[in-house]
Design a protein around this ligand. Structure first.
Ligand SMILES: [Zn+2]
Ligand SMILES: [Zn+2]
Length: 179
């Protein structure tokens, strides 16, 4: 699946609306066949991580956007669920990520998954792509636009979503579940 900034329905809210028992039903009925790796960035790619994650799952269930006409209280089984890592999940819940001060806006010819992977490697790598240097060409360009401003624009109209605007993570984001 392609990873872009999105404001997705909150799982907490959905669980509240459909009730805890239905939520558990939904998860159990949908997730048996799902691979236990992030549907966007494939985390954890390494076999040893895969085992670790299976023993101690830190991946998240994510509900894909659904039609406003869907009565989720009655038709909750029609909701689509995917599995994501914390980082990709943050990008799918841009509003929450902005509120928590987890992200900065950038331009880059890297796609958003590449940017997640670079951030996962660590700040040194991110900074190398921002400043350019030995063997690394500048390819991450921080934007002056504040995430808060962009969030307001998107909330005004989804048409203001611009797939050229991507994100990197601030030091406030906790990678401990997905690094
Ligand atoms: Zn991911
Ligand atoms: Zn989600």
């Amino acid at each position: 699946m392609e990873l872009n900034i999105a404001i997705s329905p909150s799982e907490k809210e959905v669980a509240k609306i459909i009730g805890k028992d239905n939520w558990v039903d939904l998860i159990n009925s949908k997730t048996n066949d799902l691979p236990m790796k992030c549907c966007f960035c494939n985390y954890p790619e390494k076999e040893e991580n895969f085992v670790r994650i299976n023993l101690n799952p830190k991946l998240r269930y994510h509900i894909l956007p659904f039609s406003q006409e869907l009565d989720i209280k009655k038709d909750f089984h029609k909701l689509d669920i995917v599995v994501t890592c914390d980082a990709c999940h943050a990008i799918q819940h841009f509003d929450n990520a902005v509120e928590k001060n987890w992200i900065k806006l950038v331009n880059s010819s890297f796609n958003q998954v590449d940017l997640v992977k670079i951030c996962r490697w660590g700040n040194k790598m991110v900074n190398a792509y921002i400043t350019g240097g030995f063997r690394v060409e500048k390819n991450i360009f921080p934007l002056k636009k504040k995430p808060e401003t962009y969030l307001i624009e998107i909330n005004e109209s989804p048409l203001n979503l611009n797939n050229k605007i991507k994100v990197i993570f601030t030091k406030n984001f906790d990678w401990s579940n997905c690094r």
